[in-house]
Design a protein around this ligand. Sequence first.
Ligand code: GEK
Length: 244
Amino acid sequence: MTDKNRDNLFARPLGKVPKFVFDRSVVDIFPDMIQRSVPGYQTIINHTGELADRFVQQGSHCYDLGCSLGASTLAIRERIEGRNGTIFAVDNSAEMLDQLNNILASQPSTTNTQLIESDICEVQITNASLVVLNFTLQFVPLEQRSELISTIYQGLNPNGCLVISEKLHFQPESLNQLLTELHHQFKRDQGYSDLEISQKRDAIDDVLIPETIDSHIERLQNCGFKTASPWFQCYNFGSLVAIK
Ligand code: GEK
């Protein structure tokens, strides 16, 4: 790995830490940042491909909402070749999509993949057999989350699948504290300093709003999903699957 691709965003003292944004400074270091910050990230991406294999119907649509550099898009695409499907990879960061465009061009596929620069709350969902929100719902304002999940539910075909992977909040507070400390130890083990951990924490405070597993399940059920369950958890990160 070159220095250009190493996440050093918070390595030096920043004084007042600015709020985190997905701009040009994040694009090159994004794969390193997410791998070293999210325990279980690669497992979740791999299993997103597995779920695509099981759920994606011939000629249907897949949505990777908050796609960044397309890790989920690529995992899905690899598993649905020949199904005449379309993947819509959506992000509101033009810089991320530019880079994803280059990545996709370097890895040809017969599956139609469309990049959409948009707020995920504005996207129309139709004929969907798989919708993926991998570490994205956590950035959507709390009051918009139910409407987004409802839109996804309406756009899914019967037996369609929604994957939601998130940083999670836990109760009681002592459990939340324990899982947070285990996460910070994971980051230290990945080479992040205490300064980097603390400045990143300040940068995402109020930007990334985690909820409890129960809140996610309740929202999914209120929006119509009869089947919804966590399928993976490592410390305070996890993934849920919901079937229409
Ligand atoms: C992965 N899924 O590699 N509308 C559109 N995009 C958004 C919005 C929004 N309202 N809010 C945030 N984003 C990817 C990782 S990263 C997770 C997802 C992380 C986008 C934002 O621009 C960024 O690219 C992505 O969601 C979140 O599995 O960095 O913790």
